[in-house]
Design a protein around this ligand. Structure first.
Ligand code: ADE
Length: 239
């Protein structure tokens, strides 16, 4: 069973949305499991404090290395093979490629970042991999942990239907999704593109491909450049 352990000062945020829908059903079916551990359980003072003021001064609070290390050692001892992640806006951006690797492994241990940061010595000493889910700042790492787990869980065998499972829509071939339509044929004066109701599967495929390329080019010049480069390599390999 794929297992996610989360270390957080807000354990009540879990499973949250992962208790519903596809992920919730898969968890009820024993495909994966999630446990949230309260970091405060590893504090030793009577106020159960987990943070302190930053060395060198400045605003905000820093998660204490000793408290967090105790929690990590209890939840994921040295022999635990799972990668230890730390959600943080300064982490390496999460990609579908990394999600695929994580989903293919035994699970994850996620430390939710909080306050201004985490004492650097526990990041180094416990080999924490810092991961960001995008270039914006959340009020804490909990939502990022939920996002990361959701992205992994949907790839686990038996979670999704046949169609969507293997392929990952966007990103599998490096292009964003083409536009979709369903009935009614006419909606508020807008028709379904005639090619899609032509019954010509070859023309439908060509139209979808062209639209996927257009949308990728317009919205994501970064992905488009990567795709073009991969395309050149594919063509060279085919020679
Ligand atoms: N914590 C705060 N912002 C974050 C982000 N963008 N990604 C991951 N963790 C975060």
């Amino acid at each position: 069973m794929w297992r996610a352990d989360v270390i957080t000062i807000f354990p009540e945020m879990f499973p949250g949305p992962l208790g519903a829908s596809l992920a919730g059903k898969a968890r009820a079916n024993g495909i994966w499991d999630l446990a949230a551990t309260d970091l405060r359980d590893f504090a030793t003072d009577r106020h159960r404090s987990v943070d302190d003021t930053p060395a060198g001064g400045g605003p905000g609070m820093v998660l204490r290395a000793d408290v967090l290390a105790r929690a990590i050692d209890a939840i994921a001892p040295e022999h635990d093979p799972r990668p230890r992640l730390l959600t943080s806006p300064r982490g390496k951006p999460l990609t579908q490629a990394r999600v695929r690797e994580l989903a293919a492994g035994p699970g994850v241990v996620i430390v939710c970042g909080r306050f201004e940061g985490v004492d650097e010595r526990v990041i180094a000493g416990r080999n924490l991999e810092e991961v960001s889910i995008g270039d914006y700042v959340l009020s804490g790492g909990e939502l990022a942990a939920l996002v990361l787990i959701d992205a992994c869980v949907r790839l686990l065998p038996g979670v999704m239907g046949k169609e969507a499972s293997g392929a990952e829509e966007s990103f599998s071939d490096g292009l964003l999704e083409y536009p979709h339509y369903t009935r009614p044929q006419l909606f508020e004066g807008r028709d379904i593109p005639p090619v899609l109701v032509s019954g010509d599967h070859g023309r439908v495929a060509a139209w979808r491909r062209a639209e996927a390329e257009r949308i990728t080019r317009e919205r994501r010049p970064d992905l488009w450049a990567k795709f073009r480069e991969a395309d050149l390599t594919r063509m060279a390999d085919a020679q």
